[in-house]
Ligand binder design. Structure first.
Ligand code: MGD
Ligand code: MGD
Ligand code: MO
Length: 758
């Protein structure tokens, strides 16, 4: 079978009457995603990059006098590959000689392609390690607060969402109640980094509901209740954004006040409960965290909170928190509070109960499958040890030599002269883009490998045109999935376009590093080697030829409930023999480690702290609406924005913002109007869709609209691409985690003057 593996899953390649290739959902996939089917439209899209491009001003100024002020504004000139390769090789050599390798930043965060060999950031890092290394980044935009917090609280073994969550089959079999803060946004489960053969989350949810499990969705947006058979049985409770912690604390207070807290469990498996209890009762700070207290903060009725707490303590129950909750200021708190709550109710270690993070965030979380283990493209050692938490890029570029506190460490920010990105789009993913654009002008040189003219490519000095995933052979695989897909070339890349592997191989040749980079292997050789690595760990996999002929391979394909384990089972059975890898060996409701760091924005146990931007903040008098920027239903971040589903979902060419009819009415905004969403950081245009599904006071603008700033006659700029990151703040989640916090953002909305919005 001729297959194409994408982050949206697997597609079969078929040909229409005229012999043109088309993509169809994989026959073994019960719910193929429509998104990936639009991929081939990119092949000859006008925004396609077809040859290397160099910014005119960068060419003119020359080395030693490089000037980034025209970056993102000046025109580009095309050059041939020999010239591009020489310019890049000379620039690396010059920067290394003048400033050393710590002047090169190549954290290069981004989702790139599902193919694991042509994975652009891995190719870049492998190449730069051979050149002496680069400043890197740690963690993700997805799960940045959780990834740093959770090792302190439950130990590193449960740092991944797929490690902490009970599997769907256990939930369906044993849980009587599932309460999900942030809901189940099923459009997110279309996606898995590296792809999948089968989308199953929707069916599992349907099964849960059909079995009579009580499902409660707590979310500012009604559409976070999944649109599945049985939807009517799912309860929805509206909540003000960023206030979930207050509600969880109040649920904990109810358990304590009503004698429902399981003291035996807390004594045996946790540490610090008495301190936490003193906080809940108000003994330590004078404020009892009662349901009435939480109602005033969250808008959730006190009686609802009380009822949920009692039900949660009664039968096997699961609390789920979406990843979006921790992509907010103090995003550690709802996760820590959820763990404390589940511990107090004695739910942890019960099959299908306890806590989970990110069920439906991506396809894999909760799937009862064995994970395929295989090698990544080897990157080799990085001689440079300096790094940043990934979302601190603007600080990195603007504060050379200064210190950055992170997870008990004191990082020194290096002086970056060269930035290289491959497979990511910081002008999509980073917060406060206008501030990033300023910071981005400071390095001497910016190199970007891209397939299309993204905002990041437009903010580069040298753009190297990379092939699209269907223009090469690869192996699509996720480390959290059981499918391996032989993703085969559908068409050749345009003549001036190379795969990232070949781009780096050519630059390596110029620098005398070709043999070290390729190890004498071509693409086919590398795919065989990587596949061999999978087979070593899973001898039941067929040989490479069979794999390519079949199109796929994997573990227990098509089966369900292959080998689910109950998270924390060993620890619960015998906490002395199987302690958690935390300082106390137990669940840390109080972490002396975190308290010991003395950070102003995270305490030693879960607490409610009002963010600078939420509906209860003083700033809400100026900017009275809370902006949420969820993942887009019709594309992957900024990928496939130019084609297919993403284009069809637009209104009059604009991104769509959801507004409550009350907020729209008071501003004279009608459905379909072009609106400007604004705050002190920026202005972005979108088409309004009025919907009572979104609670009053909240605006929803998904991510992924391409940043497209237009300078107005008065010198200010307006983003006509509808990118929410023009508005979001780049404040970190906390000093502990340094994560991205886009979901703490206040704005206002007004009707745009003209039809175009400009
Ligand atoms: N406001 C707000 N912002 C957010 C979020 C949010 O919730 N709210 N979420 C954040 C999250 S969770 C994430 S993960 C990030 C995602 O941010 P990114 O991962 O940076 O977003 P993508 O659009 O997937 O960027 C991938 C880029 O790689 C390019 N690409 C794809 N394949 C190849 C290839 O083979 N070679 C090369 N050279 N390039 C390739 C694509 O064209 C695309 O431009 O966004 C974050 N930003
Ligand atoms: N189609 C598609 N799927 C994707 C992606 C994509 O770009 N496109 N990106 C993938 C990636 S990289 C990631 S990290 C995951 C992210 O997965 P999530 O983090 O779960 O995704 P979001 O869509 O940002 O948020 C889910 C919901 O949380 C709700 N929410 C936001 N803030 C709050 C709050 O304070 N309280 C409560 N109770 N609810 C809140 C919003 O209404 C939103 O609909 O999605 C993945 N899936
Ligand atoms: Mo993400």
């Amino acid at each position: 079978m001729h297959l194409f593996g994408t982050h949206f899953g697997t597609y079969e390649v078929v040909h229409d009457g005229e012999g043109r290739p088309e993509l169809r959902g994989f026959r073994h996939d019960p719910r193929p995603s429509p998104i990936g089917a639009g991929f081939l439209e990119l092949a000859d899209h006008p925004e396609r990059l077809r040859q290397p491009m160099v910014r005119q001003g960068w060419l003119d100024t020359g080395e030693g006098a490089r000037d980034g002020s025209g970056r993102g504004r000046e025109p580009f000139v095309p050059v041939d590959w020999d010239t591009a390769v020489r310019l890049v090789a000379d620039e690396i050599t010059r920067i290394r000689a003048t400033h050393g390798n710590t002047a090169i930043f190549a954290g290069s965060y981004g989702w790139a392609s599902a193919g694991r060999f042509n994975h652009a950031p891995s190719q870049l890092k492998r190449f730069l390690n051979l050149c002496g290394g680069f400043v890197s980044s740690v963690n993700t935009y997805s799960y940045g607060a959780a990834a740093v917090l959770l090792p302190h609280v439950i130990g590193p073994a449960f740092v991944g969402a797929t490690d902490a969550a009970p599997s769907w089959d256990l939930i369906a079999a044993h849980a009587r109640m599932v309460i999900s803060f942030g809901g189940f946004r099923l459009t997110n489960a279309q996606v898995e980094a590296g792809g999948t053969g089968q989308h199953r989350a929707e069916r599992w949810l349907e099964r849960l509901v059909a079995k009579g499990v009580r499902v409660v969705v707590v979310s500012p947006v009604g559409t976070d209740v999944p649109d599945i058979a049985g939807r009517a049985q799912i309860e929805h409770v509206a909540i003000r954004p960023n206030t979930d912690t207050a509600v969880m604390l109040a649920m904990a207070e109810v358990l304590l006040a009503e004698g429902l807290a399981r003291r035996d469990f807390l004594d045996r498996y946790t540490t610090g409960f008495d301190t936490f209890a003193a906080y809940l009762t108000g003994a330590s700070d004078g404020v009892a965290k009662t349901p009435e207290w939480a109602e005033a903060i969250s808008g959730m009725p006190a009686e609802t909170i009380r009822g949920l707490a009692r039900a949660f303590a009664e039968a096997p129950a699961l609390v789920n928190a979406s990843w979006s909750l921790q992509r907010a200021r103090f995003g550690e708190q709802p996760y820590w509070a959820a763990i404390a709550l589940a511990a107090m109710a004695g739910q942890i270690g019960r099959p299908g109960a306890g806590f989970a993070f990110g069920l439906t965030a991506v396809s894999s979380v909760g799937q009862p499958i064995r994970h395929l283990k295989g090698p990544a493209l080897p990157q080799g050692p990085n001689p440079v040890k300096a790094f940043i938490p990934v979302a601190r890029i603007t600080e990195l570029l603007t504060r050379p030599g200064e210190r950055l506190a992170y997870n008990g460490r004191d990082l020194t920010l290096p002086d970056i002269r060269l930035v290289w990105w491959a497979g990511g789009n910081p002008f999509h993913h980073h917060q406060d883009l206008n501030r990033l654009a300023e910071a981005w002008r400071r390095p001497e040189t910016v190199i970007v490998n891209e397939s299309v003219w993204t905002a990041t490519a437009r903010h580069a000095d040298i753009v190297l045109p990379a092939s699209l995933p269907f223009e090469r052979d690869d192996i699509a695989a996720s480390s959290r999935d059981n499918w391996l897909v032989a993703s085969r070339q559908i068409m050749a890349p345009p003549p001036g376009v190379l795969s990232d592997f070949r781009i780096f191989a050519r630059i390596a040749r110029e620098l005398g590093l070709e043999e070290a980079f390729t190890e004498g292997l071509n693409e086919d050789g590398w795919l065989r080697r990587l596949y061999g690595g999978y087979r070593e760990r899973h001898p039941e996999l067929p040989d490479f030829e069979t794999f390519q002929a079949e199109g796929y391979a994997g573990l227990d394909l098509g089966e369900e409930a292959a080998a689910p384990g109950v998270p924390f089972a060993d620890f619960i059975a015998d906490p002395l023999a199987h302690p958690l890898a935390t300082p106390s060996g137990r669940i840390e409701i109080v972490s002396d480690t975190i308290a010991g760091f003395g950070y102003p924005d995270i305490a030693g146990h879960p607490v409610w702290m009002p963010p600078e931007e939420w509906l209860g903040a003083p700033l809400a008098e100026t900017y009275p609406l809370h902006l949420l920027s969820p993942q887009p239903a019709h594309r992957l971040h900024s990928q496939l924005e130019l084609v297919g589903e993403s284009q069809r979902a637009k209104r009059t060419g604009h991104e769509v913002a959801l507004l409550n009819p009350v907020d729209a009415g008071s501003r004279g905004i009608a459905d379909g109007d072009i609106v400007e969403i604004f705050n002190d950081r920026g202005r972005s245009l979108a088409a309004a869709r009025l919907s009572a599904e979104v609670m009053a006071g909240v605006v929803v603008l998904p991510t992924g609209g391409w940043f497209d700033p237009v300078v107005m006659p008065d010198g200010t700029s307006v983003d006509r691409g509808g990118n929410p990151n023009v508005l979001t703040s780049d404040r970190p989640t906390s000093h502990l985690t340094g994560g991205a916090a886009p979901n703490s953002c206040l704005v206002d909305v007004r009707r745009a003057q003209s039809k175009s919005g400009l």
